[in-house]
Structures are given as C-alpha cells and as structure tokens.
Write a protein that binds this ligand. Structure first.
Ligand code: ZN
Length: 466
C-alpha cells in the first residue's frame, strides 16, 4: 500500500507522491531560541522525526531543513530583560536544543539555517514582494504584507478573507485568528529593540518571523518542495503567511503536503508554569525518566490526536520498553549475540508476514504508530509461546533492527562476556579437541565458580551468565 498522509491544505489523506522521487524535501519549523524547549515543543519534533525516519525507511532520500529562529519578539524581550546580548541568549539555547534532540534520539536536520544569517535573502524577498505590490512600506519604515493582494489568503487555515479587516495591520509575530490582518515582513527599529538591528532599503530594523521561513525553506529546498511540518498552532498565522509570501513572490505552489501535529496536554490540562504542570526535558530527566522512555511516551500517540502526557503514561512507556527489551535479550541469547566465537550472519531477515508487513501497513496509514507498536507486541506475545531456534532468533533480530530505524528506541545490549572468560572458553575447546577432558572439566568448574555456564551448541561452545 502506498503511504497516505493527511494534508492540512486539502483536509484529507492523500497518497504521498514526491515531486522528484526518490528525493524528498522536508521543512520543519524550528525552535525560537529564548528558553529551553518544553515537551509540547518536543512533541512536534518527535512527530517530524517519525515522519522523516519512516520516509527514509521506505527508501526516500530526505533532505531535512529546520530553521533556528534567533531573532523574534520574545527573544528581543529576553535580551532586554536580562541585559545579555542576542548572540549570547540564542547561542546558549540553540546548543541546549540540540542536546535535547540528541537525548531523545531525534535526528538532526541536514541543514539548520539561522534567521540572523539569512538577512540578505530576507531583504531580497521583501523587495520582490514590494515590487509586485504584495507589500507596502508604512510611515515608520516597517514593511507589511497586504493580504488583500493574495486572493487565496486563508486557504491553509480554511478561512475566508474578511473584507472588514482590510487595511488593519498587526506588527507582532504571534497573533490570533481574529486578528487576521496585514502582517509585518520588516519591522522598523524602535528603542525597545536596543542593539538588535540591520540596515535595509527601508531603514534600520529586523525581519518578521513569518518571512524567515519562506526564505530559508526556498533557499535550501527550492521554490516548490514536498513537505512542510509544524504544530497545529502554526497553521495560522505562521504557515498561512508563509504561503502568501512565497506564492505571491514566485507565482508557483509553495508546498505540496502540509502536516501538523495536535497539541499536548499534561495530566489532562493545558501546560502552564502557573498550573505547575510545565515540563522541559531536563525536568523529566531530573525525575529519573530516561530519554528513551520520554521518546516512547511522546511518539506512541498518533500525531493528529491530542497527547495527554502523564506520569502514568511514562510508567507505561517504561513497562513497554522493558517488555521489548526482555524479548530482544532472549532472542540475542538464542542467537548467540555477544559471543565473538560465533559470528552468525542472517541469511535473510524473518518475520516479514507477521512483523514488517503489518508494521508498514499501519504506518502507511498516515503514520498510525499505535497500530505499528501493536504489531510488535502481538508478535512478542506469539513468539513467546514457542521455542525459537538460533537462526530464527537471528532473523527476527535482523528484522527488528530494521524496524527500529523508524522507532529509534535502540536494541538492549547484552551484558558482555569478559575477555578472560572468552579465553577460558577457547582453552576448554582446545582441550576437548585434544581429548583432554580432565582439563576441559576443570575449566568448566572454574567458570562456574565465577558465575559462567558453558553451553555447547551446534555452532560451538559459548559462555552464559548463570
Ligand atoms: Zn516557520
């Protein structure tokens, strides 16, 4: 079955057909780096990671671009309130952000351009929009996009342009649906901006938030590309504005598939600092949860369903991973992993019918992750009823490793057999070969005293912890 994805633009599931297969251009709106990312932010990056990993699993060559918003209203406010420099604030939180991604095993984008490093491109796009009469310069030197100049304005958020608001303007980066109005592409400098300013044809100022994503995505992925993602809170105004800017400037469709994840609640409530249910990744790590467990909890809910993030959910994630690990360690044991004397290379992965095929079928259906995880646990339940051979175990592990490229949980590591134990096992083998059974038994007893059991398998002897 071909991959189906829900496109916010058309409001239906569509077959995914990239513009230039096998290449896929994917743009994900990155963090605004004025603070640590909270788990609501991280949910979006987790969904995007699942999407990218699954596309790669299916053989697509994904080029993933994610911007870093390092100039924006909230950042300027932080700079003003803390007295730190813009570069100091944004540099610190950018590094922390990347650390969070690594902790959660989220793949970093191939390109992570910064807004402040893209100012010439931003100015150029605004000049094009002004020249094409899609933008105008206000008295203070700010430049606004005229939403009336783009009749399709509202097509992503499925809103009709209200003629009543014609001429209204909004300068701040974030605004509500009710505030549908001409929005700022370039914000003229004022005292509150302090030292944050760049020269432009319209005087000193700084770019608006929406224009930066149009510019950075088109620079790195071309004027029309495959996938644009973000949280549902970005549909309006951010993504609506991106479409208006890009399509008005190029006259071409901007993005083929728009994908948005639903919001996150914590213990059934909207996350807020005042409610005491506001979590960054470091808060959860400090409570003793691992990045792997948090990854499981964030990934295991379908991306278009609201995720109710709870401590019970984290506990369930922990148990689920334990169940997987127990099974996988048993397979590793059966397959003789961690036994250097026994290189077992699988002839072919097994479990296609019971494992990969239904796993893929679930994910092909708009990334139905709970279905895909259900396939894994059903497989574990069935496999636990039987005695698996070494070859079968090896084959299942090979399949599982492939599926884990999508899930990113990693396989548990078998406790290593120490070198001195391996040495004794080899010595015993040699003794047996020369029919020195007395010596062979001595070694066996010595290992037993150290807590190791020797198992003679058709492939040879191996040590196993008692
Ligand atoms: Zn963006």
């Amino acid at each position: 079955m071909p991959l189906q994805l829900f496109n916010t633009l058309t409001r239906r599931k569509e077959e995914f057909v990239p513009l230039h297969p096998p290449s896929v251009g994917m743009y994900t709106c990155g963090p605004t780096v004025y603070n640590y990312a909270h788990i609501g932010n991280l949910r979006a990056f987790m969904f995007e990671d699942l999407l990218r990993r699954y596309l790669e699993y299916k053989g697509y060559a994904v080029r993933h671009v994610m911007n870093i918003t390092d100039v924006e209203d909230k950042i300027i406010r932080t700079v003003r309130e803390t007295g730190r420099t813009l570069a100091d604030v944004t540099g610190f939180y950018t590094e922390e952000f990347f650390r969070d991604l690594d902790t959660l095993n989220i793949k970093r984008a191939h390109v992570t351009p910064r807004a402040t490093e893209t100012i010439p491109g931003i100015i150029q796009l605004i000049e094009t929009l002004v020249a094409k009469k899609h933008a105008y310069v206000a008295d203070d030197g700010s430049v606004y996009y005229s939403i009336r100049s783009f009749p399709e304005y509202g097509k992503l958020s499925h809103r009709k342009l209200d003629e009543q608001v014609a001429g209204a303007r909004v300068k701040q980066d974030e605004y509500a649906k009710e505030q549908m109005a001409d929005f700022a592409l370039w914000k003229a400098w004022d005292e509150a901006d302090g030292p944050v300013r760049w020269d432009s044809p319209w005087g000193p100022g700084r770019p608006g938030w929406h224009i930066e994503c149009s510019v950075m995505s088109m620079i790195h992925l071309g004027e029309t590309f495959d996938i644009h993602c973000g949280g549902e809170d970005l549909v309006f105004p951010h993504h609506e504005d991106e479409i208006a800017q890009s399509e008005a400037a190029t006259g071409k469709p901007f993005v083929k598939y728009w994908l948005h994840n639903a919001h996150l609640l914590v213990e059934g409530k909207k996350m807020s600092k005042s409610a005491g249910n506001f979590f960054t990744l470091r808060d959860l790590l400090a409570k003793g949860w691992t990045g792997r467990e948090i990854r499981y909890a964030l990934i295991s809910c379908h991306y278009r369903d609201p995720l109710n993030f709870t401590m019970d959910g984290l506990q369930a994630a922990r148990s689920a991973l334990q169940r997987m690990d127990e099974f996988l360690l048993k397979l590793q044991d059966m397959a003789g992993w961690g036994q250097p004397a026994l290189p077992t290379i699988p002839a072919a992965p097994v479990g296609r019918a019971a494992l990969s095929a239904p796993f893929e079928a679930a994910l092909d259906d708009d990334l139905n992750i709970s279905g895909a995880l259900g396939v894994l646990f059903e497989f574990i339940r069935e496999a636990n009823k039987r005695v698996l051979s070494a070859d079968e175990s090896t084959g299942i592990l090979a399949t599982w490793q492939k599926l884990d490229q999508v899930l990113g949980f990693g396989l548990p590591v078998q406790s290593e057999v120490p070198a001195e134990v391996q040495q004794l096992v080899a010595e015993r083998q040699a003794a047996r070969k020369t029919k020195n059974f007395k010596r062979a038994d001595e070694i066996r007893d010595q290992l037993k005293a150290q807590g190791w059991l020797i198992e003679d398998t058709p492939q040879g002897a191996r040590a196993k912890r008692i």
